[in-house]
Design a protein around this ligand. Structure first.
Ligand code: 5GP
Ligand code: MN
Length: 328
C-alpha cells in the first residue's frame, strides 16, 4: 500500500475495519447527487446484509422531489440534524472535506472512528481511514469493489444504486472520466441485476414541466463567447418561482449548455436563498475545478461547482469577467 496525501489504506483494510465494527452513519455531500446517494445506499445495504446497524443521513437537507427517490432505500435517509445519539463509525462517501458535509460535519467531528471513501482530488487526509481515488469515474464504483471484498452477494438493489452513481457521474457514460474500468464495473452491476433502461428512464426521462419551463427561461439568458468558446447562462430565484421550479428542476440545465457545438466550457448560475450556485463543465481538458476554487468551490477537472454569497447581478458579472480572463 502506498500512503499518499489522500489515501492511507486499501479497500481490503476498509472491509476488515467495517467487519469488526457494528454501528455506522453513512453521509454524503451537500446538494446530494446520484453518486453520493447511490454510494450511501449501496454500502448501507451491504453492511445491513452483514448484520450491522446503519443510518444514512443527508448532509443538509432532503433533495425535494428528487429523481433519486427511485433508488431502493432512499425513503430511509434522514437529515443529519435529526440523528440523535453518539456516532460510532462515520463513513463519508463522495466527499472528503467537512466543509462539504453541511450539518453532518458535527457528526463527523464527534465520531469515534471515521472512514472516507471518495474520488475528489484533495490535498489532506481528514480521517482515520482515508481512501481517495481521483481516477475512479464515480465513488459508487469504488463502493462496488469494496462490497466485493465482503462476504455478501452483491444484489439487485446494491447494483442499481451503484449503477445510478456511475451513470450520473459519467454523464451517461459520455464524460472524460468514462473509461474501460467504468464499463467493466457497469457490466458487473448489470449482470447483478441493475436495469440500464429503467434506471435511465427514472433519472433522465422524468423531467417535470417546471424544469422544461425553466430551461425555456435559461435559453433566453444565454451569453455566448465565441472567441473563448464558453457559454454562460442563469436562472434567478424569481425565475424559478415564476414557473414553480424546485432546486432539482434546475439540475439538467447544464447538460443543455454543454451540448452546444463549439463550446469548451459551460457555466450555469442558479439563484438560491441569499446566494448563487454555479456549475461548470469542460468539454476539453480545461480545468474547471481551478476556476471553481477561485470562488471557494471545487470538484473535478471537468465538472465543478461553487457558491457566491451575493446577488445574481453581482455573481453574473463576476463570473463572466472570470471566464473571459481564465479562458483567454
Ligand atoms: P455540480 O455542478 O453538479 O453541483 O457539481 C459538480 C462537481 O463539483 C461535483 O463533483 C461536486 O461534488 C463538486 N462541487 C460542486 N460544488 C462544490 C463546492 O462548492 N465545493 C467543492 N469542493 N466541490 C463542489
Ligand atoms: Mn461523485
Amino acid at each position: 500500500m502506498t500512503v499518499s496525501a489522500q489515501t492511507n489504506t486499501t479497500l481490503q483494510a476498509i472491509a476488515q475495519a467495517l467487519s469488526s465494527r457494528d454501528d455506522f452513519v453513512i453521509c454524503g455531500h451537500v446538494n446530494p447527487d446520484g453518486d453520493c446517494v447511490g454510494s450511501q445506499l449501496a454500502l448501507a445495504s451491504a453492511l445491513r446484509a452483514l448484520g450491522k446497524t446503519v443510518t444514512c443521513v443527508f448532509a443538509q437537507d432532503i433533495p425535494y422531489e428528487s429523481t433519486l427517490a427511485c433508488l431502493p432505500g432512499f425513503d430511509g435517509i434522514i437529515p443529519s440534524a435529526e440523528f440523535a445519539g453518539a456516532v460510532d463509525t462515520f463513513i463519508a462517501v463522495d466527499v472528503s472535506d467537512a466543509k462539504r458535509m453541511g450539518d453532518a460535519a458535527k457528526l463527523f467531528e464527534n465520531a469515534s472512528y471515521r472512514i472516507i471513501i471518495d474520488h475528489h482530488e484533495v490535498d489532506t487526509r481528514t480521517s482515520e481511514l482515508n481512501y481517495v481515488e481521483p481516477d475512479a469515474a464515480a465513488t459508487s464504483m469504488i463502493i462496488w469493489d469494496l462490497i466485493g471484498c465482503f462476504d455478501v452477494e452483491r444484489d439487485t438493489d446494491m447494483a442499481a444504486c451503484t449503477y445510478v452513481g456511475l451513470m450520473t457521474d459519467t454523464g451517461r457514460f459520455q464524460f472524460q472520466n468514462t473509461d474501460a474500468r467504468a464499463f467493466s464495473a457497469a457490466a458487473e452491476m448489470v449482470a447483478s441485476g441493475a436495469d440500464p433502461a429503467s434506471l435511465s428512464t427514472a433519472i433522465y426521462q422524468n423531467r417535470t414541466r417546471a424544469s422544461v419551463a425553466l430551461e425555456h427561461i435559461m435559453l433566453g439568458n444565454i451569453i455566448y463567447d465565441d472567441e473563448r468558446q464558453f457559454v454562460l447562462s442563469w436562472v434567478s430565484r424569481d425565475d424559478m418561482e415564476s414557473v414553480g421550479a424546485k432546486r432539482s428542476d434546475a439540475e439538467s440545465l447544464i447538460d443543455t449548455l454543454r451540448s452546444i457545438r463549439g463550446i469548451r466550457v459551460a457555466c450555469i448560475l442558479r439563484g438560491e436563498d441569499g446566494c448563487v450556485r454555479g456549475s461548470l463543465r469542460a468539454k476539453d481538458a480545461t480545468d474547471v475545478a481551478r476556476i471553481a476554487r477561485l470562488y471557494g468551490g471545487g470538484g473535478h477537472v471537468a465538472a465543478s461547482g461553487f457558491t457566491i454569497h451575493d446577488t445574481m447581478d453581482v455573481a453574473r458579472n463576476s463570473v463572466l469577467a472570470t471566464l473571459q480572463k481564465e479562458l483567454s
